[in-house]
Design a protein around this ligand. Sequence first.
Ligand code: CTP
Ligand code: CA
Length: 219
Amino acid sequence: LQGFFDEKVLAGKQVLLTAGPTFEPIDAVRGITNISSGKMGYALARACRDAGAEVTLVSGPTALAAPVNVRLLPVQTASEMYQAVLSEVGRSDVFISVAAVADYRVKNRSEHKLKKGDAVPAIELEENPDILATVAGLPAAPFCVGFAAESQNLLDFAEQKRKRKKVPLLVANLAQQAMGADHNEVVLLDDSGQHPLPALPKDEVGRAIVAHLARSLNR
Ligand code: CTP
Ligand code: CA
């Protein structure tokens, strides 16, 4: 636990995070989503708060309790998450993109519940905006931290993602072992190379990421 005498390494910083999945409606009662409990993002939000930051958490639907002393902005779709992030990012020093954002939304969503017996529906998809790449590309971008959950070729895919999205710090983990779990084993990737962390409870992973982030901000 963060003790009373611990140094507040993010004192005076405004941190904006996304967490959880997004939910893209198909009709009034159904939708497409990503598997994400939100645990890693919420743990990171609490770690930033405990390190002295002012924290805003834009969250998709999760079953988690709102962290105390964190400003929580609940959203459902990727478009709502994008809008919320863009309206908050101007006052942020750091943006941490933990959310499992749905890459596509339903183009032909139905306002009313689709009924069995009608023709079998065809779901048309269109691409959602890339929130992290958009923020990282802003003229006055905050320091951006991305996540990559891969199911194979973890470090190669993650480093490609870091370069493509132009984020200074990326947290890589294997999707199969992180999803829903209380522990996570991650590798931090930045310009100085690869920094593997041991398997730890997500709260401790969050604090380790914050410690690395604070060192990066002070370089
Ligand atoms: N991300 C985002 N907006 C999106 C998609 C992803 O902000 N529309 C962010 C995630 O929060 C994460 C990072 O980008 O920090 C990587 O997400 P990921 O899904 O792994 O990358 P993609 O670029 O979508 O590539 P793919 O799903 O094909 O692996
Ligand atoms: Ca994706």
